[in-house]
Design a protein around this ligand. Sequence first.
Ligand code: B12
Ligand code: SF4
Length: 469
Amino acid sequence: MKVALIYPPYGRGRRSRYFPFGLAYVASALVQDGHEVRAIDMEGEDLDVDQAVRRTLSESPDVIGFGGMITRYRYVREIANRVREELPGAFLMAGNSGATTLPEMYLRACRLDAVVLGEGETTARSLVSALQNGDDWRGTSGIAYLRKSGEMALSEPRELLPDLDALPFPAWDLFPVEKYVRSVDHRQKYTRHLEVVASRGCPYGCVYCFRIYGRTIRRRSPESVVAEVEEIVRRYDIRYTGFPDDLFTSDRDFVMRTCRLLRERVPGIRWSCMGRVNTVDPEMLSVMRESGCDWISFGIESGSDEMLRRMKRGVDSTQCLEAVRMTREAGIHPDGSFMIGMFGETGDTVAETVDFCRRADMTGPILFVTPYPGTEIFGEALRRGLIPDVEKLVESMDAADRLLVNLSELPDEDLIALKEWAQGRIGLEYLLRRPFSRIPALLIRHLYLRGLGKIVEDFREAIRGSRAR
Ligand code: B12
Ligand code: SF4
């Protein structure tokens, strides 16, 4: 069958050249079954909605699949509705975290035939082969669809794949991979980079997080992970890789074995991963460093123990500080991200986050706590009547840098002002702690990424923000 897979863009004029692994895995599974798969990558190819619709129509596909997380919903809705008019016979489906958490909204508003819930490879294969054979596709496990009566039906849940090593590598070549490889990476550097997904799932229960693969972790074997790294190095001359898994550092033995293999087989590669402060120790960090790890992203989220408790992080600020110290001591850059606006947030708890950054000598983006569908705080916000219209909220979702739902008891203006103050303060203090090395480095990076005109503007904003409280 002819299948077109559409990757909607990041949104609101911004770019994030993060390779669409979910779609690329689904694509390689379908290619393995002999289907003719085309990717319409709006992000990688800088396509607008009109161009994406035209490209889709020109492929005259039998099946059209939409990817992209919840923030990209508005594109899925617009494209799906337009394509539905022009290609009434095509089968329209969507997957990923948005469609999985709000299947009914996607089915109705985007006029889809089916939503693929959760892990997508096997379900997409069964669905497309049922369509090809003229079987009743509604019997496929792991989907949601609308009955003739208009109500939503869920088929039997799909079992998670028992062995991730059995999956073919993502179909990189169907996408404009070179665009991703040459883009700026999360360290804001232009090193040829491409990531590798090593595991799926996370056992923790942070209340703002949606785990599409559930709470059981499944890992690929270190051999399979490193074979993929070797393959991307060979094919695309990759110098920098990374593991964007929910939690790469969850299993010490797996990390140690992967690092040893990486060092043996791909010496010289550098890489990053997502970590959790209670899963690292000095020995593991030093083995990671020796195999090329130079950056670990820790979701620290808050410097207030009360906020961490409410977020059900299962760690306190002392553990966070200790992990940052150990990571730095191992020669790895500890990157932190922070959130403001949890239930119970106050000026004092925000000040604790600023103080944490001072003690940890860190800076990092601060986002607003946002209740994404499928998370515990989404349910709580709905119960408290804080989300009067789910679709409206989803349409406005972007990068959590704007306040969309205020979970705290502070007035909106105060919370926004607190965020600006904290962001400015943290950034400024960070620079001033080592002005001679950090200010020139920042200027060069800014010049490179934002251009001369923006430097003065950005600095003014940081100083204004840091004084505002
Ligand atoms: C890397 C990543 C990013 C990348 C971009 C990822 C991308 N390609 O779009 C970046 C850094 C840009 C990013 C940004 C954000 N992210 Co993000 N991100 C992730 C992360 C860590 C990994 C995604 C990934 O590659 N997974 C691996 C692939 C193989 O899995 P997958 O994408 O889920 O695909 C599978 C299924 O979903 C399904 N599937 C997917 N697409 C399709 C399509 C079809 C047709 C079918 C049939 C099936 C199917 O099959 C695939 C294979 O099994 C996930 C967490 C996670 N582990 O999933 C969060 C996650 C997706 N992000 C999330 C969030 C909230 C954000 C931000 C809003 C964060 C913020 N506060 O700013 C921003 C949004 C920015 C924006 N405007 O889009 C949430 C989404 C929550 C939700 N309910 O939707 C997640 C789930 C994190 C979390 N645990 O809560 N993110
Ligand atoms: S935030 Fe990280 S540690 Fe917490 S549940 Fe999500 S993936 Fe796991």
